[in-house]
Design a protein around this ligand. Structure first.
Ligand code: NAD
Length: 495
């Protein structure tokens, strides 16, 4: 098979002079600094975006405050209707959005279609449904009554204001949708700062939002580096940051937000997620499970697993079966519909992964499969299996965010639990077993925001998602996001 042809609308979009999306339209940036957006499959420059100036940032904040005034007074049903329409428009432009996303991120086209567009639209509709269901509560106070007076109280959930949504490069469309959906459902306005590596798809979606009836100023997109994100968070005209990204940046963002003006912060950070296979598991299912847990989108998923613990008597068989599967993966161009494994998203990340291979070799871990960077202009990295010497090996402790599965054998279930929890992070984990009662007893012992049984990585909008320990603060999805995007106002009445 060969690459699919790019739609004319996609090639035209790449050629545009991309500015900021402020006040419902694209406006030229006042900055002369440009950032090249590189196709990681071949190293070619797709487009240029602007690195926002201070005046671009000010303009976006003014616009978002005006947008907030309008949107927070818009009825919940009208807010929901606009978001439902946006989901429809995303589906109408499915192929265009998926192609833009694949070209900028290297994500295989099937994943761009199924997750970045279809799943993102599904999440958007789920959130939109909440707009009409956000409520407070009524309370009867117990204050003393001296002259027959009585009291009543109730709470209101009010939108927090202008949200800054900071997005990473791995799922640049879906994560941007999570943020804009959370904000717009609750009546907030939002300024999205996409990753400098993958800023394009959300610039196109912002146009669709206007077509869907989202008023000007409610969704602004400001492109640029981390400097731009920091300036937005610390700007006196913003009220909350919703950040998704790495742990070190997340800690800096959290500190900056607190110090600036107690800006509210939701931090969805990285992890070092564990998988534990109990002895009763079918070994072929285990090998399939590792592909799902560790190698989807070349391992560039925050919830993906990187640490795999298998009983000592089974570890060699599991690694053999996994090697066979990795050898059979079709690696190639992400625009070829038969490709199963594409490049990583940028050169810096490819180099970082090369550094992890060097560390594994220096520490004398066993590289069972892969462990190399193929020649060529694309950012390809071999899918890799590593057998660690001990739980202290770097590859079992630092997030690689790449297609690297590191294994360690265990002997007893107590040891398995200890190994699974021996990380400062706690985003996700999975247990694989046919013994339900054992699983039910182990689940409460596992330190992670999400625990899967016989599955890994799959997220559903109805199921809250977020990290414990150093993997973050706050939750997305379910009803849990509402607390993070609203302030609780208490009202007391004497009568
Ligand atoms: P990153 O932390 O380098 O960057 C994330 C975003 O923050 C980018 O838009 C970047 O420009 C911006 N940024 C950088 N410095 C900033 C600053 N000082 N202030 C404000 N913004 C700043 O992360 P990345 O490399 O783009 O993404 C990969 C990381 O994201 C991985 O660690 C992964 O685990 C994590 N991630 C977490 C989740 C989750 O839901 N928990 C989801 C996806 C990715």
């Amino acid at each position: 098979m060969s690459d699919i042809a790019l739609l004319p609308s996609v090639t035209t979009f790449f050629r545009r002079d991309h500015g900021m999306f402020i006040d419902g339209r694209h406006i030229p940036s006042t900055s002369s600094n440009k950032i090249g957006v590189i196709n990681p499959a071949n190293g070619e420059t797709l487009a240029h975006v602007s690195d926002a100036s201070d005046s671009d940032i000010d303009d976006a904040v003014v616009s978002a405050n005006q947008g907030f005034k309008v949107w927070s007074r818009t009825s919940p049903a009208a807010r929901a209707a606009a978001l439902f329409k946006l989901a429809d428009l995303m589906e109408k432009h499915r192929e265009e959005l998926a192609q833009i996303e694949t070209c900028q991120s290297g994500k295989i086209i099937q994943i761009s279609r199924a997750f970045e567009v279809d799943q993102a639209a599904h999440f958007l509709r789920y959130y939109a449904g909440w707009a009409t269901k956000i409520t407070g509560e009524t309370i009867t106070p117990s204050l003393p009554s001296f002259t027959g007076e009585r009291y009543s109280a109730y709470t209101l959930r009010e939108p927090i204001g202008v949200v800054v949504g900071i997005v990473p490069w791995n799922f640049s469309t879906m994560i941007a949708i999570w943020k804009l959906a959370s904000a717009l459902t609750t009546g907030c306005s939002i300024i999205i700062k996409p990753s400098e590596f993958t800023p394009l798809t959300i610039l196109r979606i912002a146009e669709l939002a206007i077509e869907a009836g989202v008023p000007a100023g409610v969704l602004n997109v400001v492109t640029g580096t981390g400097r731009v994100g920091k300036a937005l968070i610390e700007h006196p005209g913003t009220d909350k940051v919703s950040f998704t990204g790495s742990v070190p940046t997340g800690i800096a963002v959290g500190k900056g937000a607190m110090e600036a003006k107690l800006t509210r912060a939701t931090l969805e950070l990285g992890g070092k997620n564990s998988v534990g296979f109990l002895r009763d598991i079918d070994l072929d299912k285990a090998a399939d499970g590792i592909i799902e847990a560790g190698f989807l989108h070349s391992g560039q998923i925050c919830a993906a697993a990187e640490r795999f613990f298998v009983h000592r008597s089974q570890i060699e068989s599991v690694m053999d079966k996994l090697s066979l599967r990795l050898r059979a993966l079709k690696i190639g161009s992400p625009l070829d519909e038969t490709t199963q494994f594409g490049p990583v998203t940028n050169k810096q990340h490819q180099q970082k992964l090369a550094g992890f291979f060097a560390t594994a070799r220096a520490e004398k871990s066993t590289i069972v499969h892969g462990g190399n960077i193929p020649d060529g202009p694309g950012c390809f990295v071999e899918p890799t299996i590593i057998l660690a010497n001990s739980v202290n090996d770097t590859l079992l402790n630092e997030e690689t965010f790449g297609p690297i599965a590191t294994f360690l054998p265990y002997d007893t279930e107590d040891e398995l639990l200890h190994l699974m929890n021996s990380t400062p992070y706690g985003l996700s984990a999975s247990l694989w077993t046919n013994d339900l009662s054992k699983a039910m007893r182990l689940i409460p012992e596992i330190e992670a925001g999400t625990v899967w049984v016989n599955m890994h990585t799959m997220l559903d909008p109805a199921v809250p998602f977020g990290g414990i320990k150093a993997s973050g603060i706050g939750r997305e999805f379910g009803a849990a996001f509402i607390d993070d995007y609203t302030e609780l106002k208490s009202v007391m009445i004497r009568y």
